[in-house]
Design a protein around this ligand. Sequence first.
Ligand code: FAD
Ligand code: MLT
Ligand code: ZN
Length: 494
Amino acid sequence: LTADKYAVKRGDFAKLSDEDLSHFHSILNPNQMITDTNDLIAFNQDWMKKYTGQSQLVLKPKTTEQVSKILAYCNERKLAVVPQGGNTGLVGGSVPVFDEIVISTASMNKIRSFDESSGIFKVDAGVILEAADTFLAEKGHIFPLDLGAKGSCFVGGNVATNAGGLRLLRYGSLHGSVLGLEVVLADGTVMDSMHSLRKDNTGYDLKQLFIGSEGSLGIITGVSILCPARPKSVNIAFLGLESYEMVQKCFQTARSDLCEILSAFEFMDHDSQLLAAKSLKTTHPLCQEDETGVDSVPEYPFYVLLETSGSTKEHDDEKLENFLEKVMGDETVVDGTVSQDETQLRTLWTWREGIAEASQQFGGVYKYDVSLPLDSMYSLVEAVQERLKKLNLSSTEDESKPVYEAVGYGHIGDGNLHLNVAVREYNKEVEKALEPFVYEFVSKHHGSISAEHGLGFQKKNYIGYSKSEVEIRMIKDIKHHYDPKGILNPYKYI
Ligand code: FAD
Ligand code: MLT
Ligand code: ZN
């Protein structure tokens, strides 16, 4: 087996045999094993339809003990495996490259416990993020992570990718909010560290190794996480701005004037809104009226979605009003709309969250999620647009050109830019024009080639742009120590 399209050779792993299937039958019920060719498709293909594997077997354990027995056997036999959650990952990490066995956590979906006084929440890894948050909402709490894929991604997958999302600005990274994990190591050993402690300085904080390890070190089966009180008052302001400089200025003012109630600060460029408009097919919140009525096409070069969350409506409203008066008074912001009603809030969020979906409506998307200093952040989008034009690869109108549009948006509050290059089909020439160009740009500006999506398969060869040789050696040492046969998610990460 050679994945020619990826220029990778299959590792020296065992091939799945009838004896292996019989052994898995002794651990799992028949309905926990998928071998049907049609049913396998969804597990072999990633969300972007960019990476496709050839796995012949998906296992869906229900308990940590079953995961442990499966891994102990795979390790013994040297059968390669891919841990899979909701399969919403955006770097090709969640699907096989060759015939690796997919171990899906989809059937591990129980809420284990919730302590209302402390907010400590313990769940199986396969609980869907939105289901976790809905459960918490009834108790007056909130999951400290939110992202566009919440209806499909799993809490275990979120931890495995160290997902950032839309409110990292407020609730911080999972490295801070996760209190404990239960993880099955490559040889089947169960590391039970489902702690409920905020403070524990007894030795290395081992759980941190697994947060963001992308299935390369063990399978996360349980998560213990601190969930704050749910804000009672939420406002959203959707703003139009004339330049990226004004976006930065607006952010600085929001940070100082909205301070403790600021819970999200997202930016979108004009073309990202144009893509979203084509996909959502509704009127843009800041559309302009023309002589024929309302024009649904967005017209400002930049947009900001700003959210405030607090406990007292009057207090938050007053703060937001004062802020808006200031930024509109000095023309940092030239247009805007504000919403407090639940349905309107959701609608406004779709113009930000919907960009991911919208970017691939033309055939595919090359995605880059990078950390960059705020002042040079948008220049990456401009540099890529210019490069694609110069190479004559890009045109929105001309269907013979592979690239439809390159757009920028992201979590300004976290210094995280998303660059999406929407293409009419995946194309090697476009890929060559983008990589390593994007990574070199990021490295030159002292950024990170992955702010939140991880390395997966897409960036495994590019880690050197963000990590030193010593760091890479230490990462490899850890991987080799805990997975000496390399059965966990091979061909990815490093
Ligand atoms: P999967 O995609 O199934 O897996 C991702 C990686 O984690 C793979 O390497 C896999 O092997 C590993 N893995 C999964 N489960 C486990 C486990 N239990 N144990 C060990 N390893 C495991 N990401 C962000 O950070 N911020 C965003 O704002 C954001 N928005 C998104 C919006 C959309 C519309 C989409 C499609 C994706 C978005 N993502 C975002 C990316 C993705 O949703 C996240 O990375 C998410 O955390 C992945 O969770 P999952 O359960 O789908 O994991
Ligand atoms: C987002 O912030 O919308 C996500 O990280 C997904 C994406 O990159 O589009
Ligand atoms: Zn993001």
